[in-house]
Design a protein around this ligand. Sequence first.
Ligand SMILES: Cc1cc2nc3c(=O)[nH]c(=O)nc-3n(C[C@H](O)[C@H](O)[C@H](O)COP(=O)(O)O)c2cc1C
Length: 209
Amino acid sequence: MRLSDEALDVLFREARTHNGWLDAPVTEEMLGELYDVLKWGPTSANGNPARFVFIRTREGKERLRPALAPGNVDKTMSAPVTVIVAYDLLFFEKLTKLFPHNTKMREMFASAPQLVESTAKRNSSLQGAYLILAARALGLDCGPMSGFDNAKVDREFFGAGKERAGCEQEFFPEGHVRSNFLINVGFGDRAKLYPRAARLDFSEACLLL
Ligand SMILES: Cc1cc2nc3c(=O)[nH]c(=O)nc-3n(C[C@H](O)[C@H](O)[C@H](O)COP(=O)(O)O)c2cc1C
């Protein structure tokens, strides 16, 4: 089924990367719905390597602040939610649930750390993109960011197996979860948008063979 022009506008053509946020909350229910949509996007061997930390509190934002590039501080501190899109280097331990029809997959990843790393990075990036599109489909806006210190975030949020309130401890297995990129989520203030920049034309970016 082809989506309407209006839907394509919402997902792509009119959607923008936001830097300022309206004073409207993003609830836990909205985040649950967001995950329940984005989780259906495809990943290699259905591995679901992405892990998402939804930072909603002032305290959580303050833990993130020292890792942010200066230009990303204000928009992140004022966003209703900042998501750390991360990946679990032990994602393959869940393949018995996620890929039950091929039991050899787990062994393949367990013996190939480079394959684990590239697969986790590639697919968590895809899952972050699914999050952006799912958010737009649900009426939310996003501002993705790679301008931050990954090592600092990994130490602060994924280090040393400290128990985190509200999360199962096994969600943060020591040293096995790494940050990929951040996404601010909220209801964007269109008055604070930068001018829309061009995209490459088909002839610049695509080759028909
Ligand atoms: C993975 C990724 C990382 C980005 N990192 C930053 C960043 O650190 N700081 C920032 O201000 N914008 C960042 N951006 C925003 C881009 O510059 C923006 O999405 C792009 O210019 C398109 O803007 P538009 O969606 O409004 O057309 C990032 C975008 C992506 C997808």
